[in-house]
Ligand binder design. Structure first.
Ligand code: AMP
Length: 115
């Protein structure tokens, strides 16, 4: 079954898409944790970083290039931002389709806090 994010990428369910190309799609997180909170997702459905292979190298690289472009679009390139990829249980990954969070627009505080 297609992942939630595959359905957004395919336009089957609504998403606020801010960037899309042949390898990746980026859309606004539905529960933003900061003024800018965008998810950058490979168009190919890969569950977690544990499943990536060399064949995914271009898409993974494109995720970073998209992040740079979106940060500029959002006007946060100079103030700075954080890129996060959660993986598995301890990483608290909820959606099993790789995605990179781009968060910024305010000071973000420490990278990791105690649960
Ligand atoms: P993670 O915990 O890294 O798997 O993050 C999953 C993210 O997906 C969370 O920040 C959710 O707010 C976000 N999310 C869940 N459903 C949607 C949706 N329909 N559209 C956009 N973002 C979503």
């Amino acid at each position: 079954m297609a992942s939630l994010f595959s359905k957004i990428i395919a336009g089957e369910i609504p998403g606020d898409i801010v960037y899309q190309d042949d390898l990746v799609t980026a859309f606004r997180d539905i529960t933003p944790k900061a003024p800018t909170h965008v998810l950058i997702v490979p168009n190919k459905e890969i569950e977690t970083i544990n499943e990536v292979t060399e064949a995914d190298e271009a898409a993974l690289g494109r995720m970073l290039l998209a992040a740079k472009q979106i940060a500029a679009q959002e006007g946060i390139a100079e103030s700075g931002y954080r890129l996060i990829i959660n993986c598995g249980e301890h990483g608290r990954q909820e959606v099993m389709h790789i995605h990179m969070h781009l968060v910024g627009g305010r000071p973000l505080g420490p990278m990791i806090r105690k649960p």
